[in-house]
Design a protein around this ligand. Structure first.
Ligand code: MN
Ligand code: MN
Length: 392
């Protein structure tokens, strides 16, 4: 007699499908693409779909490119799972300017990957800033603050931008040239204090990124202590210079509102994984996670409850997204260390790791839960590990 389907045996059957699929390499490849997974009845009734695609190849995307630089964007249009965070990989030639603009629906966070960048920013109280950034520095502009960026040379710059809204579009921001081009010439001329005829030389549409002249270099003499933070600027944080949390297999540098008070809607982690390292199983109780692989490779395993699990591999330029509360791990791959820039949509950074959790429970309870001996439980970590070193 055929067994009546129940949610339990549908789930069980699905687990069988998954485990048999895992037997083959092709099965593992299929698992990495949500579209290639076998359809499962139990999932259709579930309010969320944890196995929807969680990887986007930002580096390989087409993007925008012009005389002064280029920009590649990932938001919900390209990456539907990423509703809370959008990102842009931008490159500017020396002197080039990402023009005066603001973002109506998102705050902007940035991390400098290569080169030197200058920003100007205006806040509602009329305070202005003109600040230089170099590799490892972070900026944060609250939603709606007017700003501009310039590559100050001597070489081209590359930086990662993060926005606290997945609907954000870099190509739909509020730019000064766009605004002036659509405003009636009599009004624009009056506001600028120039003649209507002088307006004729202005851009006819949004300029976006334009070539510009290099500003004079800022004279600077390094401090005797190389890692002393020099910035007292409200929207600049020298992330690469902070003392990291050190773990057996790597480091984490955290920037949250506690370290950088203006950063009121996001937090971030700069994660360095040594060859062979494992960022252990963990979850974030309070935030979605958006990550960008800056160097090296890794494999990420994602757990979405009810036996649902997906694994995928990431290389430089690729972006991943983990929904709030979903379990995950990051396994370092390849012969060079792996570096990730990780954003969270909360100003407070929180995580719970498997080792932390197990250490915070009585041995007998763990033994009974897992159906194992206390001797075996004694071998398990008794404190938070965070990042495991290479296997001996
Ligand atoms: Mn911007
Ligand atoms: Mn995480």
């Amino acid at each position: 007699m055929k067994e009546k389907p129940t949610p339990q045996n549908i789930l069980f059957n699905r687990r069988e499908v998954l485990s048999s699929a895992m037997m083959t390499t092709a099965g593992i490849a299929a698992l990495s693409l949500s579209t290639e997974r076998p359809a499962v009845a139990a999932e259709r009734d579930h309010p969320f779909h944890p196995l929807e695609n969680f990887k986007y190849d930002l580096g390989a995307s087409q993007g925008w490119s012009g005389k002064g630089g280029s920009a590649k964007q990932v938001n919900v249009d390209q990456f539907p799972i990423s509703k809370s965070i959008a990102g842009v990989s931008m490159r500017l030639e020396p002197g080039a300017i990402r023009e005066l603009h603001w973002h109506a629906i998102a705050a902007e966070w940035a991390y400098i990957l290569e080169g030197n960048v200058r920003t100007t920013v205006i806040s509602p109280d009329g305070q202005a800033d003109d600040v230089y950034f170099s590799v490892g520095d972070v900026w944060y502009f609250p939603r709606g603050y007017g700003h501009a960026l310039q590559c100050v040379g001597p070489k081209a710059c590359h930086f990662l931008l993060g926005f606290d809204n997945g609907n954000f579009s870099e190509f739909g921001t509020f730019s000064i040239t766009d605004w002036l081009a659509v405003t009636h010439p009599a009004i624009a001329a009056r506001n600028l204090g120039i003649s209507v005829t002088a307006l004729a030389g202005f851009p006819k549409e949004e300029a976006y990124i334009v070539p510009g002249k290099l500003p004079p270099p800022v004279p600077s003499e390094p401090f005797r202590g190389g890692s002393v933070p020099t910035s007292q600027s409200v929207h600049k944080f020298r992330m690469a210079e902070v003392e990291p949390h050190r773990f057996p297999g790597g480091t984490e540098r955290v920037v949250a509102a506690a370290q950088f008070p203006i950063q009121t809607t996001m937090s971030a982690v700069l994660m360095h994984l040594e060859v062979g390292a494992l960022r252990e199983l963990h979850w974030h109780p309070n935030a979605d996670e958006w990550f960008y692989v800056a160097a090296g490779r890794c494999r990420v395993g994602l757990f979405g409850a009810h036996g649902r699990h997906v694994v995928d591999e990431f290389r430089p330029g690729q972006v991943g997204f983990v929904k709030q509360g979903f379990g995950h791990y990051i396994e370092q791959l390849g012969d060079e260390p792996t570096q990730l820039i990780i954003l969270f949509n909360s100003p407070v950074y929180q995580e719970i790791s498997l080792s932390k959790w197990l250490a915070g429970n009585p041995a007998q309870l763990i033994a009974d839960n897992l159906g194992i001996s206390q001797t075996l439980v004694d071998q398990m970590p008794k404190h938070w590990v965070g990042i495991f070193g290479p296997q001996k």
